[in-house]
Design a protein around this ligand. Structure first.
Ligand code: AMP
Length: 267
């Protein structure tokens, strides 16, 4: 695996573009867990060249959410990407991607407004901009994202459609711990007691999905099953024709998001 830190080195590494070679990109912020590894493995299974990016994107952090406090473990991440068969790991500095004078932003307007967008102003502008930059740098035919971040997936799919980007987005299912908690880099911040409280979120979403199957309101059923947790939101969301029940809760200082698919599939 080649670790690349600069745009110039990335361009050199990816050239020449071999005809017929399928390039897959997996954008990440690092602190890898099985969720990330599932994306690397999916990319490895269908691409000739697998590029992963490891970049804690400051532009997608809102006020009061410090990118410096985001979990980082680069040494372990390098080992895990290499073991998962990633060919090129692009791990640039902030200045490399946002040099002084940077001022061009991409906004997926409507989809970015509610839910996460309401609670994290500017978040999806940061996401859309970094994704477009990475797509332009790597020129992947396939880009891999987790449905764990369902609204992000919806925003990226819309970006690809609206700007006529020549790539396909693959969405992969959420990987969970045995107790049902969705894996997240931020789970390391939870104390044992907070982790137990956090289980109310996947359980409430499962209750919502069960209600939906029986023709009842999934949001009301999920809210009733939240075990007293006050969510930032619980809502259904369209992800490119799929219907998802999504929620966000704060447990102590940690904010967790999760969702379940109500209708549609990922293939
Ligand atoms: P992050 O490093 O948190 O920005 O996530 C990078 C990619 O991994 C995104 O496409 C996420 O949706 C995906 N991801 C994060 N957690 C999970 C999970 N538990 N299962 C599947 N994919 C995930």
């Amino acid at each position: 695996m080649r670790v690349v830190r600069t745009v110039a080195d990335l361009r050199r590494t990816l050239e020449p573009d071999e005809p017929g070679r399928v390039v897959g990109l997996v954008p990440t912020m690092g602190a890898y867990h099985e969720g990330h590894l599932s994306l690397f493995r999916a990319a490895r299974a269908e691409c000739g060249l697998v590029v992963a990016s490891l970049f804690v994107n400051p532009a997608q952090f809102g006020p009061g959410d410090d990118p410096e406090a985001y979990p980082r473990n680069e040494a372990a991440d390098l080992e895990r990407t290499a073991a998962a068969g990633v060919d090129v790991l692009f791990a640039p500095s902030v200045d490399e991607l946002y040099p002084p004078g940077f001022q061009t932003w991409v906004e997926v307007e409507e989809l970015s407004r509610p839910l996460e967008g309401e609670h994290r102003p500017g978040h999806f502008r940061g996401v859309a901009t970094i994704c477009l930059k990475l797509f332009n740098l790597v020129h992947p035919q396939l880009a891999y994202f987790g449905l764990k971040d369902a609204q992000q997936a919806a925003v990226v799919l819309q970006l690809v459609r609206d700007l006529n980007l020549e790539l396909r987005v693959r969405l992969l299912p959420t990987v969970r711990d045995a107790d049902g908690l969705a894996l997240s880099s931020r789970n390391v911040f939870l104390s044992q007691q907070e982790r137990t409280l956090a289980l109310a979120l996947p359980r409430a979403l499962a209750a919502g999905a069960a209600a939906d199957r029986e023709g009842s309101d999934p949001v009301a059923a999920a809210r009733a099953a939240l075990n007293g947790l006050a969510p930032d939101y619980l809502a259904t969301l369209d992800v490119d024709g799929r219907r998802v029940l999504a929620g966000a809760v704060r447990i102590g200082k940690t904010r967790l998001i999760d969702n379940v698919l109500l209708e549609g599939d990922l293939a």
